[in-house]
Design a protein around this ligand. Structure first.
Ligand SMILES: [Zn+2]
Length: 146
């Protein structure tokens, strides 16, 4: 399932002016009403629909915020395969920056800030490979099957 950002091909933090430009460009290419005589495939209609849907959300600041949040939650729940659970106590704490870090087996690193944790984000992606870990804090999980 593509995100609204992927549908429009824009960055997640793109300003609305850029998103608008991109939307206008795409809708001209794909909207059924804007295509003269060209036969429309189902996928074109489908795509035009998705472009419109994406724009309807991203043009509105409130809706976009809500969507971003949903996206974050969905990303964590569905797409993420957790490779390991790591106890927060086992991570290195950088007091001046208030971040926790851990070296990945690929020698990349996992970094998470206290702020992330406070917001309930407990999954960290390695900055170098596709591995992910979940940080365990407050409640310590006993069934560690590493
Ligand atoms: Zn890694």
């Amino acid at each position: 399932m593509e995100t609204h950002y992927e549908v429009l091909g824009v960055a997640k933090d793109a300003p609305v002016s850029i998103i608008k430009q991109r939307f206008q460009q795409l809708i001209i290419e794909h909207h059924p009403d804007k295509r003269n005589n060209l036969p429309l495939s189902t996928s074109d209609q489908d795509y035009a629909h998705r472009i419109l849907q994406a724009w309807a959300v991203l043009r509105n600041e409130e809706k976009r915020k809500l969507y971003d949040h949903e996206l974050e939650v969905a990303t964590q729940r569905q797409k993420v395969t957790i490779n390991a659970d790591v106890d927060l106590d086992d991570m290195e704490y950088d007091e001046s920056n208030r971040i926790f870090s851990l070296i990945c087996r690929c020698s990349g690193s996992y970094v998470i800030s206290e702020e992330d944790l406070e917001q309930g984000n407990d999954v960290i992606c390695c900055d170098n490979c596709s591995l992910r870990i979940r940080v365990l804090y407050d409640i310590i999980d006993d069934d560690d099957d590493e």
